[in-house]
Design a protein around this ligand. Structure first.
Ligand code: BGC
Length: 386
């Protein structure tokens, strides 16, 4: 049994995956059945001139971050106050309620509110949300193994406002709700230059793109892409997850799952507890810092990480084919997330897959890290909504 080979993708497979990806985007855009939700954000890209002081809330997959950010216009911003808190696992399981979760979030926000003046708040909420306007929305389904109950049908920013009010913070007004991929794209367009895509490669994985025709950023929820060559370990992981048959790409590419995939594939009695191994372990193994694993297990860790990054690159090729068939223009891909930033081999594999696919034309694609894009993007969204 050659476990390593199960995680290797050929260039032909990568090509097929990207074609499948753009085909599914076309189906989604045409309102046909698709694995992509293609969620409207009701936001366009930033001008770079947005200014004022805003509260930025980043509700991610692992942490909650709140900042007080001053947008200075001229593409510059200053973080005046900042705080981060790890989301306790007791609040993400089904015995916890949405009210308890948002009470925790409101308490984090409270730490950066400087006075009684009115502050508009932009809320980056990193899960699929149904929106009919930019100011609020309803959770479609949890991802990243969250299972908090009592969210069904409830407006997310309204829940946050209620909890803020209980803390006496009626002066903090949640005016915008957006996905982290949308926030990353907004942040890139505010501070740097036009970007075609905003993407997260962290605990979760997803990509948003700017749709010229609608003049709007669209959240693909690309983690749910499902035309993928899955192996027996992917299937075991999916069956054991809290969201079976969903989020196939995310389960092969995102930080929440890579350590678990490795644990399932090495099948060792001393690592029998689910989610016992995380991405930090994989990172240590690849850097030769963890001596508990033999050579073939180390090779496997490398193959899992490279496959993850190759799949993400294939998805970017799919988006580029959809927005600009034949690559006529230049494109920016703004990425945030710990995998892209820190995991050995991840970023370089994305770059090399794009280079191999586009050849000389890959010079037209600028892939860059947009660190803390969700925070800046939240502030920019609040400013745009005004
Ligand atoms: C969520 C997306 C989010 C991504 C990155 C996924 O699990 O479904 O909405 O953008 O994680 O945080």
């Amino acid at each position: 049994m050659n476990t390593f080979a199960d995680f290797v993708l050929t260039p032909k497979q990568i090509n097929n995956i990207s074609r499948g990806f753009s085909a599914k985007m076309r189906s989604g855009a045409a309102g046909k059945r698709s694995c992509f939700k293609m969620l409207p954000s009701y936001l366009t890209v930033a001008s770079g001139k947005e200014c004022g002081c805003y509260i930025a809330l980043d509700f991610g997959g692992t942490n909650i971050r709140a900042d007080l950010i001053e947008l200075k216009g001229k593409r510059r911003a200053k973080t005046l106050q900042s705080t981060t808190a790890k989301i306790p696992s007791e609040l993400t399981c089904s015995s916890a309620t949405a009210n308890e979760l948002f009470a925790f979030v409101a308490a984090v926000v409270a730490k950066v509110v400087p006075d009684n003046n009115v502050y508009k708040l932009g809320h980056t909420f990193s899960f699929p949300v149904h929106q009919t306007a930019v100011n609020d929305g309803i959770l479609l389904e949890w991802a990243k193994e969250f299972a908090t109950s009592g969210m069904k049908g409830r407006r997310i920013n309204a829940m946050l406002a209620t909890e803020l009010s209980k803390l006496g913070l009626d002066n903090v007004q949640p005016v915008a709700l957006l996905n982290d991929t949308v926030a990353t794209l907004l942040a890139a367009s505010y501070s740097r230059k036009y970007a075609t895509m905003g993407s997260i490669c962290g605990t979760g994985h997803n990509t948003a793109f700017f749709d010229d025709q609608q003049n709007m950023i669209i959240n693909l929820e690309s983690g749910n892409f499902n035309l993928l060559p899955r192996n027996r370990y992917d299937e075991i992981l999916d069956r054991q997850s809290l969201s079976p048959s969903r989020q196939f790409l995310e389960k092969m590419a995102a930080g929440r799952y890579l350590g678990e995939l490795f644990r399932i594939a090495i099948d060792r009695k001393d690592f029998s507890q689910p989610f016992k191994l995380d991405t930090q372990t994989l990172s240590n193994i690849i850097q030769g810092l963890d001596t508990r694993f033999n050579e073939s297990e180390c090779e496997l860790a490398v193959a899992i990480v490279k496959r993850a990054a190759s799949l993400v690159a294939a998805s970017y090729i799919g988006v580029l084919d959809y927005v600009d068939d034949g690559l006529q223009r230049s494109h920016g891909i703004a990425i945030d997330g710990s995998l892209y930033e820190k995991m050995p081999l991840y970023a370089e594999t994305i770059h090399s897959v794009l280079d191999e696919h586009f050849g000389d034309k890959s010079k037209q694609i600028n892939v860059f890290l947009k660190n803390k894009g969700s925070s800046l993007g939240s502030a920019v969204a609040a400013a745009i909504v005004g």
